[in-house]
Design a protein around this ligand. Structure first.
Ligand code: SF4
Length: 460
């Protein structure tokens, strides 16, 4: 009989039924509907129902115990991803800048950096990912160097494994900065909107084309990566209205610049982005489907993975039932810090504060340590929000709750409330679209071949 021990979730979607269970099993069943499924019996039903724990007589309890243990944080040891705003100054004037309404132009000081490192190293876990953000982080490169060098020294004593990355517009990159990044293996992630005309229209530079700079430096960084001196560079593309006609060209531009991991983010209503004329979400979905289809074709043609990061993360986590790094685990897994040491559950919450609303401020590294931060009512509400299956009635019945990344910060940004109104939430619709698309594609033979290549080569 259908599994009676674990919750069964479903959603009727065009062409079939998306199914999930509380052990993380997911499946698109073509042509099925919820009524017919109730009568399904092993032997006569789709064999994938058996493989994915949808029948109680096939449950592998030891495997499920392991899944539950990890899913519900048996090995939890505190947040390890730290997003650090080195400055809120920037050398570009982008039309959609999320941090644009910041009125102060301030840099992180070395004293604040010392407090920040004390905070991070007081968390007793064995690894830390330090991601430098801004503004434009290269504009406060002295403090970036200071943090990297000091963190390296501290990590030797604390036995903490470190990973560094910098998210940059590459406008202020030069040979000396790159040498430092290479020497300390600081990975580079660039902002790159794919199509030259759109990129330079959105990412306004006072001194020549930023597109030219980005592509030139990506080539140099790729060369260093090819010698094994640094990780291959990544790039993030923001899909604005101007980019909507160019899904294929955007993917081609990534590939031409040696970027096989494409990242296509919708426009967020933050900072200057909130002032831009929004476009219907269906147009983003159309763009995304076409871009993904093109990535699939390129993957088959070259035998090498060309993939979208969000799609890949969903694919990988639904394949393995691992806890996805893209899940809403703000505060539990990651924290963000403003230039003055203020602590937030995410970079979006920090940017929201930059525009004058510090609802999500959790403390300051000069005064608080993680246990103090966890004491607040806000922290407790944020942690319960990480488990939508328990805290949100709408999510409790949703087949995607095991993996979803909708956070209260996005609810607040889009709908003005901590818990939001999910049936009308564009962010919930975004995740339903993404999960639904990947589950459906997983059921198609051609895409199965493409996904096998992605899973072999893709990076989380
Ligand atoms: S936010 Fe939406 S997509 Fe995510 S789990 Fe809740 S109902 Fe599902």
């Amino acid at each position: 009989m259908l599994n009676k021990y674990f919750s069964l979730y479903f959603e009727n979607v065009p062409g079939g039924l998306n199914l999930a269970n509380s052990s993380g099993g997911t499946l698109f069943v073509r042509g099925a509907d919820s009524g017919r499924l109730a009568a399904a019996r092993p032997g006569r039903a789709d064999p994938r129902l058996l493989e994915n724990d949808f029948f109680s007589n096939r449950l592998d309890f030891s495997r499920l115990r392991e899944r539950f243990r990890e899913h519900y944080f048996a090995s939890y040891s505190g947040p390890h991803i730290h997003v650090i705003t080195l400055t809120n100054r920037c050398d570009l004037n982008c039309s959609y800048c999320s941090a644009s309404s910041n009125t102060s132009c301030a840099d992180m000081s070395r004293t604040t950096a010392d407090h920040l490192l004390d905070f991070i190293f007081s968390i007793k876990n064995d690894r830390a990912v330090l991601e430098f953000q801004g503004g434009e982080p290269l504009l406060n490169f002295g403090v970036l160097k200071y943090i990297v060098e000091k963190a390296r020294r501290l990590s030797r004593r604390a036995g903490k494994k470190l990973h560094f990355s910098v998210v940059t517009n590459l406008q202020g990159m030069d040979a000396a900065k790159l040498e430092f990044l290479v020497r300390h293996r600081v990975a580079v992630c660039a902002s790159f909107d794919g199509v030259r005309g759109v990129h330079d229209k959105n990412r306004v530079s006072g001194s020549g084309s930023n597109y030219d700079r980005v592509t030139r430096w990506l080539k140099v960084i790729r060369g260093r990566a090819a010698k094994g001196e640094l990780e291959a560079p990544n790039a993030i593309c923001t899909v604005t209205r101007d980019l909507l006609p160019f899904p294929v060209e955007t993917v081609d531009a990534f590939v031409r610049n040696g970027l096989r991991r494409v990242q296509l983010g919708p426009l967020d209503p933050l900072g200057r982005g909130a002032g831009l004329e929004p476009y219907p979400q269906e147009e983003y979905f159309r763009f995304y489907r076409k871009a993904l289809e093109h990535m699939g074709k390129l993957t088959l043609k070259t035998g090498r993975a060309v993939y979208e990061k969000g799609a890949f993360n969903i694919l990988k986590s639904t394949e393995t039932a691992e806890r996805s790094p893209r899940r809403n685990l703000e505060l539990l897994m990651r924290l963000a810090y403003d230039h003055n040491g203020d602590i937030y559950p995410s970079d979006e919450a920090r940017m929201l504060a930059g525009s004058g609303d510090d609802l999500f401020r959790l403390g300051n590294v000069r005064r608080e340590r993680l246990p103090d931060v966890l004491e607040s009512q806000l922290a407790r509400a944020l942690i319960s929000s990480c488990f939508g299956e328990f805290s949100q009635p709408y999510c409790a019945r949703c087949p995607y709750n095991y993996y979803c990344r909708l956070s209260p910060v996005y609810n607040y940004m889009f709908q003005g409330s901590f818990w939001g109104n999910l049936p009308s939430s564009p962010r919930c619709a975004f995740y339903k679209f993404m999960f639904g698309l990947i589950l459906r594609l997983k059921s198609e033979r051609r895409w199965r071949g493409i996904f096998d290549i992605w899973l072999r080569e893709g990076v989380y």
